[in-house]
Design a protein around this ligand. Sequence first.
Ligand SMILES: [Cu+2]
Length: 492
Amino acid sequence: MSLMKKLIVVLAGLILIVWGMFFFMNRQPQTPEPVDQIPIDEPDTGEIEAPVVADDSTLPIPPLLEDTDPSPDRAEFRIIAQNGIKEFVPGVQTDTMGYNGNYLGPVIRTRRGEDVAINIENRINGEMTTIHWHGLEVGGEDDGGPHSGIQPGETWTPEFTIDQPAATLWYHPHPEYNTGRQVYKGLAGLFIVDDEVSDSLDIPKDYGVNDIPLVIQDKRFREDGSFEYILSGPDIIFGLQGNAIIVNGEIEPYLNVEKGLMRFRILNGSNASIFELRLDNNQSFHQIASDGGFLEEPVEMNRLLLGPSERAEILIDFSDYEDGERVRLANQDWNFMEFVVDGDRENDLSVPVSLAEIDRINPQDASRIREFVFLGMGPSVNINGKQFDIDRIDEVVSLGDTEIWEVSNQTGMGMMGGTIHPFHAHGTQFQILDRDGNPPPANETGWKDSFIVYPGETVRAIATFKKPGVFMYHCHILEHEDAGMMGQFLVE
Ligand SMILES: [Cu+2]
């Protein structure tokens, strides 16, 4: 970067910091707010009003993508990234993007040990994209980071073997500077891995019936019911937060559920918002899986915190409800989805006592501790003092080594509390050792590829780096990532 550019970045950063300070006084950062709490004087985003919400919108279930290879050991899939138009509010059109459709994409479902080939064609008008398999343990060549650009009209075909436990992963674009916009417009989908453990567990497994994907995102709708990716000053600091929550692309939908145990595979697919999920009657539920697979045993909770890109599978028991009874899913006190109990459909499944064995990585096996420090604010966000440079490798890890990654968030230190940053690294799954020296909560004791780091906090996570190549580590607030809060590590 030239000196002039650096000066401009620093100056812009200072202006935004002052601006940001005013917003901190009026606004709880990081979780989206219902429309009626959004300050009416928020700049640059147009008039924000509640979109007209249809009260009869059912939850769309993303289709399972067809495997066109007849062999049981091999799968071949076809994905087309394309422009679309979607009416989130009836009669009002929003320009969107989707995979094989107008918004979001189908679910890619694979098995451990399977050889997979995926043909991804870019039909987006005049725009490069990439497709990253978030949470998948594959080599850097197939990972779909910023180096794997697919130009318009081109097709990219990564091939890899599924080599990890059953999990709910996802896929999304990862082009340099443009990830936030492409994801916001709708490019994202779930990637499910099955294995013998997921087969053998006595839990809801009927996809779309009692095993339900929930891709939860917030969008900032304008008064007319459309949305655009336009960043205001606070968005550059906090990331873009919406005034409506959509699930699988539908505003505040409802779902008929079995009178019994239901399984939900939840992805926080928002650009920047952290969700604190609960049922409106405070009924407890059980988390059974985190980002990279099943927990050892179910964790009972009545509030689930999920940062951008984090996943959780949960079981909710609806067996005590009457036919037609309604329970709402809320982000804090904001109900955004409704479950309607269908007394004609029952199951008698119960929450298992144990789920899966997880081989604990021994900290003694770590060859080194590597430090990552989140710093800066707004356009100056960085890791270890460096902003992303696609031509620079920041860290080199020996293939097969186990390392402890110590991630600390020193943004805004001594100023105003800083901002939360969710850390994500590609190509591997971590086990969290501790948060500020304390054991992680029970639902963070399984495999994790993304974890929230609070201002002032240090999280230590351990991983074995089994796949070679160049990978990204970054903040998963997409506006921060696009601003340069990202680095590269080479495993060789
Ligand atoms: Cu961040």
